[in-house]
Design a protein around this ligand. Structure first.
Ligand code: GLC
Length: 473
């Protein structure tokens, strides 16, 4: 069985969020199950020359984009046993940043078409193309419209994974023929709510549609979560399923991590204290015995920042300390900045992303806060567990599927269900009560660290799904 994993980003080459983490670790985990899996992604100019210098040029070819043809260079690099293909076109990808340009539809139409054209030039015909998010949603569409009738492509199946349903690839009809190159007789396939919707079209034509947790796969059938796509998904529930993401346990390992203050493990957590002290010292937080709460997140509304904004000052006044890292909407960035100026020894703020600092926060904090309004999967709570920072989460999507409340016996965190700042604060206060009982807290911390959210189980589920798609199950 051969899989081609198509993605617009992947660690360690170029990533902007959770999709990059998944694309950087799932293919490796699938290969570990004995299944061939290769990855295709754009060759962004943001990819550092450390990687570019190691890539091998294979060939170049032209790719139809609307009414014209565009150059595409093909490069290859074997990263830890996984072959990555990089598609080069400087007009589309020589820009600073991965996303957010005026011609986004055209850039990813090019990428999607090029990923298929590439198959004429390499010695790898996948049984399944596994597509991820709207940037690759046109792959199954192009496959059916333009390639299916050719013997090489005849049996290729497609899977479409939704990492976040908010981003769907919606555009006006005017780009359908000229830019996307999709003939007008496919208008009804592309149409949803009076515009083109690439995710809708992928849902329609892919053999299976997955999302990144079981809870999220039911939530998106509800208008509250679906960003308008519930009607489409309800019609296709027969091919929809949720498979929880995992995290890379080699990359996220407090026993070997060189970036943290002291290594530690579930069997000997003594080093956790050194990390806490080191973090408080570096961030200039007072080193008293009050809990340090870590927040590492994009600062956008659906991550629950309105709740944090509402409750933060009272939480600080009641003793909590916060180590915050992330960037996003100005309203939240400036709020944290202001709070830091008011309480410099109770809250630190790092605007931006810094991998090393993030790791130090996971290792040095006692609790980790994720009060998301919606969360397809969430990876930070799993990393927090691994580093023994007890998650405080809202029960939604992947947070609900990974964290159970301590009041339920063998819990690994503290949860609240309604999207309400007082309930969030209450969960933090319940956590602090336990935190004050050191032996009980230590056993909770060890329990958190021993939870297994590596890719092992979830990769087996993907393998099962691949077999199902190919009629082998
Ligand atoms: C998106 C989701 C996040 C998920 C990640 C990887 O970033 O918002 O919840 O963990 O994709 O699937």
């Amino acid at each position: 069985m051969k899989i081609l994993f198509a993605t617009s980003e992947a660690q360690p080459f170029a990533a902007s969020g959770g999709l990059g983490d998944v694309a950087g670790s799932l293919p490796k985990a699938i290969r570990a199950k004995g299944i061939a899996c290769r990855v295709v992604m754009p060759l962004y100019s943001d990819i550092s020359s450390e990687w570019k210098d190691k890539m091998t040029y294979i060939c170049n070819f032209t790719v139809p984009v609307g009414w014209r043809k565009q150059y595409c260079g093909l490069f290859e690099y074997n990263h830890g046993g996984v072959i990555f293909y990089f598609l080069d076109n400087e007009y589309y990808f020589k820009r600073s940043g991965l996303y957010g340009f005026y011609d986004e539809a055209e850039r990813f139409a090019f990428f999607s078409r090029a990923a298929l054209e590439m198959l004429w030039h390499i010695d790898y015909v996948p049984d399944i193309i596994h597509c991820n998010d709207w940037q690759t949603a046109l792959i199954p569409v192009y496959l059916d419209i333009f390639y299916r009738c050719q013997s090489k492509f005849f049996n290729i199946k497609s899977i479409y994974t939704i990492h976040n349903i908010e981003y769907q690839g919606k555009y006006g009809f005017e780009i359908m023929e000229d830019v996307l190159g999709i003939p007008s007789n496919f208008k009804s396939l592309m149409q949803y709510d009076d515009c083109i919707n690439m995710t809708k079209a992928a849902i329609e034509v892919a053999n299976k549609v997955t999302t990144v947790s079981k809870s999220y796969s039911s939530e998106i059938l509800d208008p509250c979560y679906s960003h308008g796509l519930d009607r489409e998904l309800v019609h296709h529930t027969y091919k929809l399923c949720g498979i929880l993401n995992g995290i890379d346990y080699d990359v996220n390992n407090p026993m070997t991590d060189e970036g943290i203050y002291k290594n530690y493990s579930a069997s000997d957590v003594s080093g956790k204290q050194n990390n806490r002290t080191g973090l408080c010292h570096d961030l200039k937080l007072s080193d008293d015995n009050q809990p340090v709460v870590g927040i590492v997140s994009r600062m956008v509304r659906h991550k629950g920042f309105d709740l944090i904004k509402y409750a933060l000052e009272n939480l600080i006044k009641s003793g909590f300390k916060f180590a915050v890292l992330g960037s996003g909407e100005y309203i939240y960035e400036s709020f944290f900045d202001y709070m830091h100026k008011q309480y410099p020894d109770r809250i630190s703020i790092y605007i931006g992303y810094n991998k090393n600092m993030a790791k130090k926060i996971y290792a040095g904090s006692d609790m980790f806060l994720m009060p998301s309004q919606s969360e397809p999967c969430g990876l930070a709570q799993m990393i927090a567990l691994r580093y023994g920072s007890v998650p405080i989460v809202r029960e939604t999507g992947g947070l609900k599927d990974t964290i159970t409340d301590c009041s339920l016996g063998s819990g690994n965190g503290f949860t609240f269900s309604s999207y309400n700042a007082d309930d969030m604060a209450n969960a933090l206060h319940r956590a602090r009560k336990i935190y004050e009982d050191k032996p009980v807290w230590e056993s909770l911390l060890k329990h958190c660290m021993s939870c297994d959210f590596s890719w092992n189980k979830s990769a087996s589920k993907y393998v099962f799904l691949y077999q199902e798609v190919l009629g082998l199950k």
